[in-house]
Ligand binder design. Sequence first.
Ligand code: TXA
Ligand code: MG
Length: 336
Amino acid sequence: METLLAKPSEKIIEKACKLIEDKQVVALPTETVYGLFADATCSSACENIFKAKERPMDNPLIVHICDYDMLHKVSSEVTEDALKLANEFWPGPLTIILKKSDLIPNEVSAGLDTVGIRMPRTPVILEIISKTGLPLAGPSANRSGRPSPTNAQYVYEDLKDRIPMIIDGGSCDVGVESTVVSLVGEKPIIFRPGYVTQSQISTVLGKEVELSKGITEELLSDDKVLSPGLKHKHYAPKAEVTIINAPFEKYKEKVEKDGVVAMCFEEYIPKLNCKCVSYGKEGNSASQALELFTALRHLDEIGAKKVYAIMPTMDDIGLAVYNRLLRSAEFRVINL
Ligand code: TXA
Ligand code: MG
């Protein structure tokens, strides 16, 4: 199958709508990362998503909507807390897990009775959802296990000849995937940290919000897995990455002594005598989130074998950065 890579235009959007209606998949930009989308109400359309990216079938998909009518169609129980969060953060980088409706097939929910729902903010996807009248199921548009794509070229690298179309809407604004918060348990709980933070959610809800086990440590095989995404291998470049938790001087000594590639903050580059790939500015978690996946792909482009990544700060958006970096490092951390 040949993959059409095109900038958005009226004609291209029409073509994308037609593909979606024909149960095919299309890759589209969102403000977080590029996603691979299909009709969320159709099992066979959603199976095509899993096939294209070789995703394990036990990992549920997020359903993307364009308005509140659709929210009530895909969830059987839209709680007051859900509306509070939606009003504050939608359209935007927050996925809310609620009880699913019968409209959502098992392929999307991976057999769970819940569904993750998000209203993204980029105009192209909102227009396609609205024109087709279909909620769109969509994971990140990478080959399973690879870093999520933050531009159309990265989608093309991973999925060329496996999907019919990629719409190129430029680089994403956020750079890491949405925050995933579940509202179906006794207490709200974050399954995946993102741009919308624990404290922002807690402030809007006026109650405590928990962080799921598995965000900052590896789940053990007998841990109960609330969100399947936490247990899968993720974001891995070809290189072996290790996180170094150390002040600059010690980090410098270690990377230079071991002769590895430094994955570090921009400001470090002129001060290090080794190959460097930067992932944003020191002390600026939003810029680190924006650069992280590009940096991980860049490591492959320069053929890096062994990499030491400097530890990011872990508050607010930094937690999302650390969570992704930790997975790309397969949980290797050295404290100096
Ligand atoms: O920003 C994003 O969320 C992007 C864009 C394309 O919207 N999508 C994305 O999807 O990152 P994906 O499939 O790569 O990640 C979805 C995560 C997985 O970790 C999955 O396990 C979790 O959300 N998830 C989805 N539905 C769930 C559910 N019903 N219960 C628990 N976890 C769920
Ligand atoms: Mg993903």
